[in-house]
Design a protein around this ligand. Structure first.
Ligand code: NAP
Length: 318
């Protein structure tokens, strides 16, 4: 079967480590089923894997990808990408992704735990559905489990064009929050407004109103602005750091305003089911930057590295 994989990671040129070709499908372990993948999506996690910076399963060649939507025994499904245990039954740590426990999912056919399939919302294309497993699940947990966003809350989303950021805009808007975004790019600010954001400002600019909740995925480049823009008693939720991991923290502002900072990673199967139900009920549509075929995965990864995408970088396997 055809798949996107790497044989040797490349710390300096990760997109160039990607190969596309035939690999032997693995036999599904007991309790796992096979999914015919129709679309996948890329995440920063794939870049870290291509750099050799993730734990990884050590398989070579190693199929990349955490996000997939496809068909299984006549059902259209999206795949919950977190594994509680490896195929041999060994329990793994919280939030281990499929490509860190075995092969990833950017392949024509993949084996996944049978209980990890959730019906695909009918209003979504295959590419849109493939956005849900990682970025959208992460945004869902950040907003609703960690920050307990409610209608009327002001939610500040840093780095408007990112996969998690665009998910946060869509989910928070559908939940009745007022969303303010930052972006370095005027074009991305315009597109965020079209997604439902109430205001879009330049990175680091003064916010129109202090936020109840800040969605932080960018890291050192925006973190000081995040603390500056949070109201007294407000919450900052952090799931990553596209610009790095060592941020300056103004402790005086943190304690004086009694700001709560949460870390957040992926989500539970119950949260994934709730996310998919929320997306179906509110007819939310993920922002897809572009969809390439399998041969274009390297170019999609290069676009992610360039930071120019707005929304998810998808891959069609139909
Ligand atoms: N913990 C988890 O479970 C989890 C899950 C998913 C992702 N993550 C992490 O979350 C982070 C975001 O992931 P993603 O997939 O959303 O990434 P992405 O799509 O690549 O997001 C990139 C965004 O970051 C902003 N950005 C990058 N460098 C910046 C800089 N120097 N200054 C200001 N903004 C900058 C850009 O915003 P503008 O161009 O609009 O300014 C860009 O749109 C990554 O670190 C990823 O590893 C974690």
């Amino acid at each position: 079967m055809r798949a996107a994989y790497f044989v040797e990671p490349d710390a300096d040129r990760p997109a160039e480590a990607i190969r596309v070709g035939d690999i032997d499908p693995a036999e599904p372990p007991p309790g796992w089923v096979e999914v015919d993948v129709r679309a996948g999506a890329l995440n920063m996690h794939d870049i870290w894997a291509l750099r050799g910076a993730t734990r990884g399963a050590g398989t070579r060649p190693h199929v990349i990808g955490s996000d997939a939507a496809g068909s299984c025994e006549g059902r259209d499904v999206v795949v919950y990408p977190v594994v509680p245990r490896e195929p041999d039954g060994k329990v793994v740590e919280h939030a281990t992704l499929l490509p860190d426990a075995g092969h990833g999912v950017l392949a024509e056919r993949v084996a996944v735990p049978a209980g990890h399939l959730v019906p695909k919302p009918g209003h979504l294309s295959w590419s849109e559905a493939a956005c849900l497993p990682t970025a959208w699940l992460t945004a869902y947990r950040m907003l609703f489990t960690k920050a307990r966003v409610e209608p009327g809350h002001v939610v500040l989303v840093q780095g408007a064009g990112g996969g998690v950021a665009t998910a946060a805009i869509g989910l928070a808007t559908a939940a009745g929050a007022t969303v303010v975004v930052t972006s370095r790019s005027p074009e991305k600010r315009e597109r965020a407004l079209a997604l439902g954001a109430a205001a879009a400002i330049d990175s680091g600019a003064r916010v129109p109103q202090l936020a109840d909740v800040v969605v932080e995925t960018v890291g050192p480049a925006t973190f000081e602005h995040s603390t500056r823009s949070t109201r007294a008693g407000g919450t900052i939720v952090v799931c990553g750091g596209t610009s790095g991991f060592a941020a300056q923290l103004d402790l005086a502002r943190l304690f004086a305003r009694e700001i709560t900072v949460h870390g957040s990673t992926m989500g539970t199967l119950a949260e994934f089911e709730a996310l998919v139900a929320f997306v179906a009920a509110h007819r939310v549509r993920p922002a897809v930057d572009s969809t390439a075929d399998l041969a274009g995965v390297g170019a999609q990864a290069a676009r992610m590295l360039a930071g120019t995408a707005f929304g998810k970088l998808c891959v069609s396997l139909s």
